[in-house]
Design a binder for this molecule. Sequence first.
Ligand code: ASP
Length: 599
Amino acid sequence: MKRTHHCNELRPAHVGQTVTLSGWVHSRRDLGGVIFIDVRDREGRTQTVFDPSDLPKALFEQAAGLRSECVISVAGKVRQRPDGTINPKIATGEVEVLVQSLEVLNYADVLPFQVDDPEAAAKVNEELRLQYRYLDLRRPEMARNLRLRSKVAIATRAFMDEQGFLEVETPTLFKSTPEGAREFIVPCRTNPGLFYALPQSPQQFKQILMVAGVEKYFQLARCYRDEDLRADRQPEFTQIDIEMSFIERQDIYDVIEGLLKRVWKTALNVELPTSFKRITFQEALDRYGIDKPDTRFGMELADFTEEFRASTFKVFSGAIANGGVVKAINAKGLACVTQGQIEAMTETAKGFGAKGLAYIKVEGGEWKSPIVKFFSAAEKDALAKKLAMAEGDLILFAADQWLNACEILGKIRLYCADVLKAQGKLVVDPNRFDFLWVVDFPLLSFDKEMNRWYSSHHPFTAPVAEDIPLLKQDPKKVRGQHYDVVVNGVELGGGSIRIHQRDVQKTIFEDILAIPPDMVTARFGYMLEAFRYGAPPHGGIALGFDRMIAILCGTPSIRDVIAFPKTAKGTCLMTDSPGGVEPKQLRDLHLELKVGKKE
Ligand code: ASP
């Protein structure tokens, strides 16, 4: 029985036609001797009716024995549903198929969890869903995510093609390079003792493609990072990877704005602005305390360094005398904060090395706080004015070095926003997308423990031209030509204009990052060599594809938009990977295991 229609196709116009549908038994209801089976396929579902007065007994009994998720084909006549039985919730809800024949294509055992009910599915624990991923993916919500992902991938390729980009595949067997994250390594049987590494990104290959004259490259690239997994990380993930020659930062902004505009239109029918706002790293930290600000709500950081410079409150004036700053936020309506919430925020501040968390509650017309008694009238005035303090407000302070103070309040700002959202006092429109570019990041950051500089982005990022003279004198002042694209507080991607001059790249590796010259040669020698033979100026970016799809699907977890994701422990519960190997395989690879071996 070959299917004539899919399960989301039949409408009143089909009434009277004989059709064949194939799919899964979504649900079965036995009502007054008549059996109703909703047949579901990828597209949707259709109600079919088994009426014993019309059917051979054996066929009816076969239908009565069908369980959820059995695979069937049914043929029958489309008819209008009787009045009062129309289901407006599904597209085929006005019709049903009166079954004339049934073929059972396969039976299903009792399921480990239900797939026909989104509310029940939401309660199923994720481990079970991952173990039976093929059932989980049958759920319409998950099927919708996969479909949207496919649509966006195709729209991306079409857009990039229109813009003249070539899709080039780069190797996934690469070699170890210190790009930041820990790598997966792959032993090489034919070269005893040597290893490939899975690429953290195609960074070096895409730059070499520019030297090769490709000019405009993109790839939906699989990347691998062997990091301790956080909730929204996966050991393998996909990014939209892009590189272009003969460009400036603005060219990247144009391409990405165009691409995201196309993607948002395709996926959600939402029109994004043609150009996104820009904010410097400095301003993002100053105002939001984070380099990926969620600008859908205010609660901005205010600076009180000048006001408290000469204060008798030593916690503040002392921090300022040490070169620090005093900053505060007003969490409007949060004077009702609980002791537990204050403790949680204090822990956050302590995590940054602060001794505690100063705050003021505005309650019953009074400022309630042990520190207020130390404040002068002028200091109080300044606070009240700049923070627009009113009844019910909660003011939170940080007095520390600039970056620390900003970051403490940045974290607390997001925490307060979550509490206020849960209380219904802060409403954020779920259909609002605040895109922005964060620019002018510091090129280098200092690692106190290791006592050396490291690249804030990666070592291939070019300094802002006018800052190059500062590289050796005052590295922390050097800005990188690095940009991040952020939406609603999520970093969607980042990239940079690259160094294309061999000597500048060598200086960064050897003099600034203090990588020993023989290691530079071993790891990047081929790149420095390539730069000798006419490397064009170039730059690029990578967007997190999984994360973007998760945002478009409105799910907080990237696992919901990856067909077969790993758990937070890096395991696949369906295939039970990673798994062991046979001793012979180890011998072939010239490897010996220490784990599980008695010394
Ligand atoms: N390779 C970088 C990353 O994966 C992105 C880029 O600089 O293009 O983060």
